[in-house]
Design a binder for this molecule. Sequence first.
Ligand SMILES: NC(=O)C[C@H](N)C(=O)O
Length: 330
Amino acid sequence: MKKNIVIIGTGGTIAGKASSATETLHYTSAILSVNSLIHEIPEIHKIVHVTGEQLSQIDSCDMTCGIWLQLAARVNELLASNKVDGIVITHGTDTLEETAYFLNLVIQSQKPVVLVGAMRPVTAMSADGPMNLYNAVTLAANDKSIGKGVLVALNDTVNCSREVTKTNTMLQDSFQAPDLGYLGYIQGGIPYFYRLPARRHTLCSEFDCRGITDLPKVEIIYGYVDSSPIIAEAAVKAGAKGLIYAGLGNGNMSQDIRKGLINIEKQGVVIVRSTRVSSGIVTRNGAVHDDEYHFVVSDTLSPQKARILLMLALLTTNDPVEIQRMFWEY
Ligand SMILES: NC(=O)C[C@H](N)C(=O)O
């Protein structure tokens, strides 16, 4: 029996148009509606019953926490219905990994949710969007995708939302998990899985954003030679309740930054040490005495994903011990 898949459009290059078939750089994102994207791939109707819904029409650099909350509410509502078997979300690639990880933490269903985008606009020669979308639909409709958390499907690969990142500004194989690897491949409309996400997600997640209209403010501070704490201090002045420090190496920091962050932590702001390095664990009490300063470490989460987990954690607690537990579990 054919599955019922809803495709939610949010914009991005997958819905973008340029003035010629050779133009892959100068184009406008988020022009075509989700229903036009579905229309471009009639093959979809042979495998699933599909419905399109437009939630936003933006370049993903304009994604907001407000849109995330609306998207999460709609996905949860759709998946609660026995008439929906899975969801595909079309999205710009610039922040796709962030939306995917946010949904991975707040969707309360085992049913497949797959995010998809494209590196080339629809008008380009060899546009990647149509095949990516077709693959994403086959992934969302496959029983093997049930219970695997929010997935990301581009360039014939399946990635875990916790680990996937955009690794290249232009190439079609941009979406990878350089640290921990793909979950699998999609070939001939069939997903092949080789490993499972090990961390808590979706139905096993403790995070619930129902009824929430905004998320606590968390800013990211970047580490570099001779950096000072002024940006961190300005962020706190502007209302940040948490800071992610995208540190050097193993989340390391200069004495100057350390003093600044210790001072900020004493004001009740949660400090998470992450790293600007693209792979590896940020070790607790490794480069910095976290127990003494009440800092949290991000484990293997990138700074942008650590920010999402911290925003959700801050909805219920600002206790660094409890927040550290969450960073080990999600
Ligand atoms: N390839 C893309 O989708 C990039 C675009 N700027 C976006 O994120 O919406």
